[in-house]
Design a protein around this ligand. Structure first.
Ligand code: SAH
Length: 348
C-alpha cells in the first residue's frame, strides 16, 4: 500500500531544523537527522543510533524514507558489478560499478526506461515509465560507493550518467542529484569526476551552459551525417546536427570546456571514409575528443561491430587531424551490464 506519510528526504536541512524546533526539540537535531539521511545514507530511522528512541518513533509516525533497495547484484568475471535497484513503487532500474586499477566508476540511471528510440540500445525497448527523483539517483551512487569500499577497499572515484534513460530529459532532478553528490553534506565528490552523457538535446545543452554546471559533458554522436544518424537514432529528425552543433558551440563559448563524443562503428553503417570525414569535420567545431566504444550486441543481428581495420582507420585519420581518440573496451558484458545492455533482464 502506498504510504500517506511524507518522504523525509524531500525536506531541506532548514525544513528539518524548523520541524524539530516546532516540536519542542533543538534545531540541531535536524542537522543530525540530515546527516543520517544523506552522508550516512540511512535506510531506516532505527539506524539513527545517536537519536533518542522516542524521537525516532516520532519520526517513524510522521515520515518514510523512500530509500532504494539493491534487489539483486551480479558480479562479472572482469570485476564489474551490476545492481538491480528497486524503487519505493516497485519499479526497477540498474546501475553499474566499473573498477579499473586506479578508479571505481559508478554508471547510474536517470529514468525508468527511456523515451528515446536509439535502435541499437536495449533500454530504448523499455517504455519510459517515469523520471527518477534526485534521491533515487543519489542513492544509486551511495550504494555503489559502499560496494566499492567493501569489494575494493576504496571510495568511488568517478560517476557517469550513462545508465538507463536520457539525463537531459530529467534535467531538474539530475542536476539536483549532482548538487547533493558534490555537496560536502552529501558525498563531497568533485564535479570534475562526473560526466553526463546525452544523446544530444540542443535546448538542454544550452541550459546546462546557462546554469554554469561544472561537470563534464559527453554526447553520443555515432554519426555526423544527418541521414545516417536519423536512421539509427530517429529522434535526430527533431534535433538535427546543425542544432546540436550550435548548442555545443554555445556550451563552449560559455564554459570553455571540451566535449567528449561517444562513437560506435558498425558494419555497413558508418565504417566508411565519408563517415570518418564527417566526424573529423564535426570535431573541429569546438575542442573535443572521441571515445570509440565497443558495440554490445542486444539480441537481433541488425547491428554488428565493425572490423578492427575500420576502427584503426578511424583512429589514424582522427589522429592525423590532431583529434584525441580513445578506443574503449567494454566491461561487464557477461552479465548484460555494458553500455546499452541495461534492460532489467535479471528477471526480478
Ligand atoms: N541517453 C544517454 C545516456 C545513456 S546511453 C546517451 O544517449 O548518451 C550511454 C551510452 O551507451 C551512449 O553513448 C549510448 O550511445 C551507448 N550505447 C547504447 N547502446 C549501446 C550498445 N548496444 N552498445 C554500446 N554502447 C551503447
Amino acid at each position: 500500500m502506498e504510504s500517506k506519510k511524507k518522504d523525509i528526504r524531500a525536506l531541506t536541512k532548514e525544513n528539518l531544523r524548523s520541524f524539530f524546533e516546532n516540536n519542542g526539540d533543538k534545531a540541531f537535531r535536524g542537522n543530525q537527522v540530515y546527516e543520517w539521511l544523506w552522508s550516512k545514507s540511512a535506510h531506516s530511522f532505527e539506524a539513527m543510533t545517536n537519536i533518542s528512541l522516542s524521537t525516532r518513533q516520532m519520526l517513524e509516525e510522521n515520515f518514510v524514507i523512500n530509500h532504494i533497495e539493491v534487489d539483486d547484484m551480479q558480479r562479472s568475471n572482469d570485476g564489474t558489478v551490476k545492481n538491480a535497484v528497486r524503487l519505493h513503487d516497485g519499479l526497477i532500474v540498474e546501475s553499474v560499478l566499473i573498477p579499473t586499477d586506479t578508479r571505481t566508476t559508478a554508471c547510474v540511471s536517470s529514468q525508468v526506461g527511456c523515451s528515446l528510440d536509439c535502435q541499437f540500445c536495449a533500454t530504448a525497448r523499455l517504455k519510459r515509465m517515469r523520471n527518477l527523483n534526485p534521491d533515487e539517483i543519489y542513492d544509486q551512487v551511495a550504494a555503489i560507493n559502499q560496494e566499492s569500499l567493501l569489494y575494493f577497499n576504496r571510495k568511488l572515484s568517478n560517476i557517469v550518467f550513462m545508465g538507463m534513460g536520457e539525463p537531459l530529459m530529467n534535467y531538474k532532478n539530475v542536476l539536483a542529484s549532482i548538487e547533493k553528490i558534490t555537496s560536502p553534506e552529501g558525498l563531497g565528490m568533485s564535479p570534475k569526476r562526473i560526466t553526463l552523457s546525452t544523446s544530444g538535446v540542443p535546448k538542454m545543452i544550452r541550459k546546462l551552459a546557462d546554469d554554469g554546471v561544472k561537470f563534464n559533458l559527453a554526447v553520443s554522436l555515432h554519426s555526423a551525417i544527418d541521414e545516417v544518424r536519423t536512421q539509427i537514432m530517429p529522434f535526430n529528425v527533431n534535433f538535427p546536427l546543425t542544432d546540436l552543433k550550435e548548442a555545443l558551440e554555445y556550451w563552449y563559448e560559455k564554459t570553455q570546456r571540451a566535449i567528449t563524443y561517444e562513437y560506435i562503428v558498425w558494419n555497413g553503417i558508418n565504417d566508411n571514409k565519408e563517415a570518418i570525414r564527417a566526424l573529423v569535420k564535426f570535431c573541429k567545431y569546438i575542442p573535443s575528443k572521441v571515445n570509440i566504444i565497443e558495440y554490445n550486441p542486444i539480441d537481433d543481428g541488425m547491428f554488428q561491430q565493425a572490423s578492427s581495420k575500420s576502427i584503426s582507420d578511424y583512429v589514424s585519420i582522427l589522429e592525423m587531424n590532431d583529434i584525441v581518440v580513445n578506443v574503449r573496451r567494454s566491461r561487464g558484458k557477461d552479465i548484460d551490464a555494458a553500455c546499452g545492455q541495461l534492460a532489467n533482464k535479471s528477471g526480478k
